[in-house]
Design a binder for this molecule. Structure first.
Ligand code: FES
Length: 152
């Protein structure tokens, strides 16, 4: 099933992270399934437990199905001091969503993350590959409505 991805990488442990990234990025629900772990384990010849160790160590990986848009709100101190907690509350209200959960329509998943490296714009979040800084509660409405509008 992952032949196309495996063809790009030799079966070496050093390529594990790259392979996992590609599998996750290419899955419509942006996660790594048990089947994928088994196939990667056989391809690289590493135990499944080792792969799960990698998947749990790096927060960007998920072993659960996620939404089309993954929101990662920074919870590190500079963002926290600039009000990330209020932003989280606003996101939860706007999307009617718990942390690490996905909306029923599969549109959004809400996660927290560590520093995104743009603390000068705190509070900051990423949605997929896009970074949004200097967040306010009003900006959250605008951003979420824009993404919902684009999906129509
Ligand atoms: S602390 Fe949030 S981006 Fe650095």
């Amino acid at each position: 099933m992952y032949k196309q991805i495996f063809n790009k990488y030799s079966p070496e442990k050093e390529n594990l992270i790259y392979i996992l990234h590609e599998i996750q990025d290419n899955h419509p629900q942006q996660y790594i399934s048990e089947d994928a772990v088994t196939e990667v384990s056989e391809y690289i010849n590493v135990p499944r437990a080792h792969i799960y160790g990698v998947l749990t160590f790096y927060t960007m990986f998920s072993t659960k199905p996620r939404g089309k848009n993954i929101i990662r709100l920074c919870e590190s101190p500079p963002c926290f001091l600039k009000g990330s907690e209020n932003i989280l509350k606003k996101l939860r209200e706007t999307l009617d969503l718990g942390l690490n959960k996905t909306t029923k329509d599969g549109m959004f998943t809400l996660e927290l993350c560590a520093c995104l490296g743009v603390c000068g714009n705190a509070p900051v979040m990423m949605i997929n590959e896009d970074v949004y800084g200097n967040l306010t509660e009003d900006k959250i409405d605008t951003i979420i409505n824009k993404i919902k509008g684009e999906a129509k």
